[in-house]
Write a protein that binds this ligand. Structure first.
Ligand SMILES: NC(=O)C1=CN([C@@H]2O[C@H](COP(=O)(O)OP(=O)(O)OC[C@H]3O[C@@H](n4cnc5c(N)ncnc54)[C@H](O)[C@@H]3O)[C@@H](O)[C@H]2O)C=CC1
Ligand SMILES: C[N+](C)(C)CC(=O)CC(=O)[O-]
Length: 485
């Protein structure tokens, strides 16, 4: 763990939102400045999406979520931050102004990073007084899932800054790649842009639709790129004779007019309309958030599978889970806070306090929140799978009055592929324990009307929660029956 605990994000769009989510999930506090009126809503939605993704991805105890705050000015956002992640629009003059302002208001020891996709660090830091503490930290969308972050310093960036940034990003589950030469586009976007150019030409020339271009990637090379990149893949394509044979055989084709390389198609209205219309044909039936969730689920599948191979991004994930396990102390582990609210007037009975059935109602909502947390979502229901509660032992311990606030927490006692044994606790806002409910749930195949093993992704989330909750003491009252002293 580094000394960085509080991060500021300037520009909370697609990338700033992704950073906010990754930082918060890693337990860091985050302050965001973005003048756009919709920025906070969009960013909070992204944090929710990322929380869902991490719950599915990571089988290790996560630290408590960091605190999220929206500042009304850049100065307010950066003044207490240990790290500032500039994620404003990709315009050199905007970045120069913002970085100069960050430099002016940040703490002297703050690390200043930019998410730029390809602008030169020396250029964008031209107006900073202390560019030695600056580095580009270029992420990939979705930032909360993809581990790569390219670090590229400018002429004045210090060696310590790069070392500090490397340690920080590695500590939040990323793979920092130091781009040692300052170049436009760094490494990854140079490659991505070459592919993007060729793709546009293929559509422009009527050779293929956007869908056909995507199919050419996703059913072939794209799958192997995910874990081997280009050089390792081509080494194997050279057969036993390896890279030398591959180069001898396919080197000459590079001279054939296969690619357009530096030619950029003009972004005429016709081309933009063509690409946009074909993209609508391909994906217009998807709601934006659903397509994001599908992308995330596919990435999670790839990363979890790579983890079993201890290879590429899977090895990074395994390393991060180890860090999380090592970092988790008994005091870090805590029951999940799943449901909170206030006692409404209609819940009050003739005794002047919350009536008994409402306790079970609250625990029912708590169970629903737990099921959502472990990935038992609408898609799972649509497939015909759910959890049913088969037993509850409810203890009424104290009373709550109208308007009083409460919070319900859950400790996972035990689980296997079909059973879920949980212990809910209901606390009054003043800290009094109001009630507990110990429940057994069964995973059910609703079409077959019988218990069935839960999906591996659900079980892996449960494994992650169990890894944390096994350090908690057995709650007082667990395993009790009526009349027992
Ligand atoms: N979208 C992508 O795929 C990737 C983008 N990047 C880089 O991340 C940076 C941000 O890009 P996106 O998030 O895609 O853009 P975006 O348009 O989604 O977000 C930019 C945000 O900056 C805010 N903003 C504008 N002026 C501001 C100011 N003066 N102060 C604070 N906030 C301001 C906007 O309101 C907006 O919410 C760019 O440098 C981009 O090159 C890096 C990797 C991938
Ligand atoms: C399009 N882009 C240049 C902003 C893309 C990136 O920088 C990285 C990514 O996520 O593809």
């Amino acid at each position: 763990m580094t000394d960085i605990r509080h991060c500021a994000i300037i520009g909370g769009g697609v990338i700033g939102g992704g950073w906010a989510a990754r930082f918060l999930l890693a337990g860091l506090d985050v302050t965001v400045f973005d003048p756009h009126p919709e920025a906070e809503r969009r960013l909070r939605e992204m944090v929710a999406l990322a929380g869902r993704a991490w719950a599915k991805l990571i089988s290790a105890p996560l630290p408590p979520l960091g605190n999220l705050h929206f500042a009304v000015s850049l100065q307010e956002a950066v003044r207490h931050a240990d790290l500032i992640q500039e994620s404003a629009p990709e315009v050199e003059s905007i970045k120069q102004t913002i970085l100069a302002e960050i430099d002016r208001f940040a703490k002297p020891d703050a690390l200043i990073c930019s998410s730029t996709s390809g602008l030169l660090p020396t250029q964008i830091t031209a107006r900073m007084t202390h560019p030695e503490r600056f580095t580009v930290a270029h992420p990939f969308n979705p930032v909360y899932l993809l581990p790569l972050v390219e670090l590229c310093g400018g002429e004045k960036t210090s060696v310590e800054t790069i070392a500090r940034a490397k340690a920080f990003y590695a500590g939040i589950g990323m793979h920092p790649l130091h781009v040692r030469k300052e170049i436009d586009g760094f490494i990854a976007d140079r490659l991505l842009e070459a592919l993007w150019r060729e793709a546009l030409w293929l559509v422009h020339d009527g050779v293929a639709t956007v869908e056909e271009v995507d199919d050419a990637i996703r059913f072939g090379a794209g799958m192997r790129w995910a874990f081997m990149g280009t050089f390792q893949v081509y080494r194997l394509a050279g057969g036993e004779a390896g890279m030398r044979h591959f180069m001898a055989q396919f080197g000459p084709t590079l001279k054939l007019p296969w690619t357009k390389l530096m030619d950029v198609p003009d972004f005429t209205d016709e081309l933009v309309d063509l690409v946009a219309a074909q993209s609508d044909d391909q994906s217009g039936h998807w709601k934006f958030r659903d397509l994001e969730a599908k992308r995330d689920d596919c990435l999670i599948g790839i990363m979890r599978s790579l983890k079993t191979q201890d290879f590429g991004a899977g090895a990074t994930l395994a390393g991060f889970e180890k860090v999380l396990r090592d970092r988790a102390t008994d005091s870090d582990a805590e029951a999940l806070r799943l449901y909170e609210g206030r006692v409404p007037a209609e819940w009050i009975d003739y005794n002047g306090h919350m009536t008994e059935s409402r306790y079970l109602e609250i625990f029912g909502y708590t169970t629903d929140a737990l099921l959502a947390r472990i990935g038992m979502d609408d898609a799972m229901l649509a497939k015909g799978f759910s959890y049913y509660t088969v037993e509850t032992h409810l203890r009424h311990l104290d009373e709550a009055k109208q308007g009083e606030a409460f919070v319900a927490t859950t400790q996972l006692l035990k689980h296997d592929d079909k059973r879920l044994h949980v212990f809910h606790s209901l606390f009054h806002e003043d800290g009094r324990l109001l009630a507990t409910a110990e429940q057994m749930l069964l995973h059910v195949d609703m079409k077959a009307h019988r218990a069935a093993p839960a999906a591996p992704e659900v079980l892996s989330i449960l494994d992650g929660i169990a890894a944390s909750h096994c350090t908690l003491p057995v709650p007082d009252g667990a395993g009790r029956s009526i009349g027992q002293r």
